[in-house]
Design a protein around this ligand. Structure first.
Ligand SMILES: *[C@@H]1O[C@H](CO)[C@@H](O)[C@H](O)[C@H]1NC(C)=O
Length: 590
């Protein structure tokens, strides 16, 4: 057979050899590609393994070291039992040594991480710093000798900030971030780095490098995320003050599930420079940095110590507004909005009771409480997905290209980040028809990305409109603040967050509108709450899962969120302190 082309003729033989050459080249390329992929994945696995071993070894070494240099158990426990204010006073007046306080917390942290896996590694430089503190003469800084733990994504000089992703192993940070520098300047001693879920975009607690963190109140349950290790370590008594990040609830969810306090400030109030996040480009709804602590005094001390000229000088994008004691110490009665149902899925009975009890306390203290209806929560959720996944999740998939994807993250990763748009639509259809819930579809379609700059500008306008609507709603009711559930439910079994992920509306609402939000432990799940759970409405798939996974949660902590308009951190803290004081008084009387 002959093919006749215009300029030359091709016979069978030539055609055959051309085909063979093409096929050979193609298969060479393909197998090269496949081999390269296998090789890369192999290298990544080796790297993960080595990093994990180094981390375990460092923790073990610290344990061995403390065997030689630790405190007596009695002395240790006296220090560990001190609330923040007492600890600070005693460090200030010299009746406690910084080194002893450090030893006490080091030893407790190393002890609890054995079962809970909340610590990634110790910060070895802490010792030298504590000794320097004890040798210091003259006026002491406010955080003098106070040990602080840091979420692994906080840049600390000489340590990797991986966010649970192998790609960032062996990239030691050249410098401390602005918050770490300011904390040190104020006398604090960073002493432990804590765990987080891979990519930090789920409220799970596991990654292939450091493994899975468990809940200090029930190790079969999760601590929430993504500041998982912080919530867990402070909840277990191994740290008195810590720092994390929050783009959709990552400070507040673990605070709620582990029963600790936290504050997510307005983004901009304190520096966010030098924290590892995969979505730094998503500036419309950016991540916040903030403190977690055992009590409200810890949060107040942290904010007072950070809002100083040292930080304003290091990060000039932060408005130089110092801590305003006149707002924090004010006693003026306020008008406070409340809700227990965000208008998408109701919170479980224990969370509802938490809000009710706080409401009663505030009313008793002379405030006016008014029921508040959250405007269009579906829109808030859609905006969140549009803003945070605007690039169609490309940064995420790039960051995880050759990585081992954590089992707790696989489903989320596949559905939100990897799946093509048509599959997201099919999944959305499933949620709508089988799950009786139209919202996941909006979120999934939004996660397919924004297609053009003009569409992106449209999102900006929508976001501004939503924020304005929320503001007007608060104005119409003359509200100074809002209280709402700490989350939709208490801690659930490990690895199940994906099945209930719509609950994130309870926290990411305040990221979308960029309001400061604090979280305070107020009660624990009771038998009565558990009985009432039987009547929990299960119209949607998520709600069904929440009901199922919430069973057996008696005794778990329940928080309430305190929220105020942008830059009113002091007002949030004032209300938290008021309620905390009333609860403590009530406990003492009963
Ligand atoms: C230091 O402060 C603590 C707590 O306020 C107090 O109990 C203690 O007596 C003080 N010690 C000294 C040496 O002033």
């Amino acid at each position: 057979m002959k093919f006749k082309f215009s300029s030359f003729e091709v016979d069978d033989g030539m055609l055959h050899s051309a085909a063979v050459i093409t096929a050979a080249t193609f298969s060479c390329l393909m197998s090269g590609f496949v081999l390269q992929n296998i090789w890369r994945k192999y290298i990544v696995r080796q790297r993960i393994k080595r990093r994990r071993e180094e981390s375990k070894l460092s923790i073990q070494k610290m344990g061995d070291y403390l065997m030689q240099h630790g405190l007596s158990v009695d002395k240790r426990n006296i220090i560990l039992d001190m609330p923040m204010a007492e600890l600070q006073r005693k460090l200030q007046n010299g009746s406690l040594k910084a080194l002893d306080v450090l030893r006490a917390y080091q030893s407790k942290a190393i002890e609890v991480t054995k079962d809970l896996n909340c610590v990634v590694e110790p910060i070895w430089e802490a010792e030298e710093q504590a000794i320097a503190c004890d040798f210091m003469t003259g006026k002491k800084s406010p955080l003098h000798g106070i040990p602080v733990s840091l979420k692994e994504n906080y840049h600390v000089q000489g340590y990797d900030s991986t966010g649970g992703m192998a790609k960032f192993i062996d990239c030691p940070q050249p410098d401390d971030n602005v918050i770490v520098k300011t904390l040190k300047e104020q006398g604090a001693i960073p002493f432990m780095r804590t765990n987080l879920p891979q990519t930090m975009m789920v409220y799970e607690s596991s990654n292939p490098i450091y493994g899975e963190t468990r809940n200090p109140h029930d190790p079969k349950r999760g601590p929430g995320g993504s500041s998982s290790g912080e919530g867990c370590l402070i909840g277990a008594g191994g740290s008195v003050l810590g720092f994390g990040t929050d783009i959709g609830g990552s400070l507040r969810i673990p605070a709620h599930m582990c029963g600790v306090c936290c504050l997510k400030p307005t983004v901009g109030r304190i520096s966010t420079e030098g924290t590892h996040e995969v979505h730094k480009g998503a500036t419309l709804v950016p991540g916040a940095t903030g403190p977690l602590s055992r009590d409200v005094d810890g949060l107040v001390l942290a904010m007072k110590s950070l809002l100083v000229s040292h930080m304003f000088e290091l990060d000039r994008s932060v408005p130089p507004i110092p801590f305003r004691p006149e707002i924090y110490e004010d006693h003026r009665p306020l008008r406070i909005g409340y809700f227990h149902d965000i208008g998408y899925m109701p919170s479980v009975p224990a969370c509802e009771r938490g809000v009710r009890e706080v409401r009663e306390i505030l009313e008793k203290n002379g405030h006016t409480l008014i029921e508040f209806k959250v405007p269009r929560v579906d829109k808030a959720l859609e905006l969140f997905a549009q803003c945070v996944f605007g690039d169609g999740c490309k940064t995420f998939t790039d960051a995880l290209k050759y990585d081992v994807v954590d089992p707790s993250f696989k489903l989320t990763y596949f559905l939100i980040h990897q799946a093509p748009e048509w599959l997201k639509r099919v999944a959305g259809f499933f949620y709508r028809t089988v799950g009786h819930d139209p919202i996941p579809k909006k979120v999934l379609v939004a996660a397919a990305g924004i297609k053009s700059v003009s569409k992106w500008w449209g999102v900006v306008e929508d976001l501004q409109a939503y924020r304005k609507k929320f503001e007007m709603e608060m104005r119409a009711n003359k509200l100074d603040a809002i209280i709402s559930p700490g989350f939709a439910y208490a801690a659930i079994p490990l690895g199940k967050a994906f099945l209930t992920v719509g609950a994130v509306a309870y926290t990411n609402l305040y990221n979308v509108i960029n309001y400061p939000a604090g979280s305070l432990p107020v009660t624990k799940v009771t038998e009565e709450d558990e009985k009432l759970l039987e009547n929990y409405p299960t119209k949607t798939l998520y709600a069904k899962n929440i009901k199922k996974l919430s069973k057996g949660s008696v005794g778990l902590p329940i928080n309430v969120q305190f929220v105020a308009p942008p830059y009113q951190e002091e007002l949030v803290l004032r209300l938290m302190k008021e309620v905390e004081t009333s609860i403590k008084l009530g406990e003492r009387h009963s």
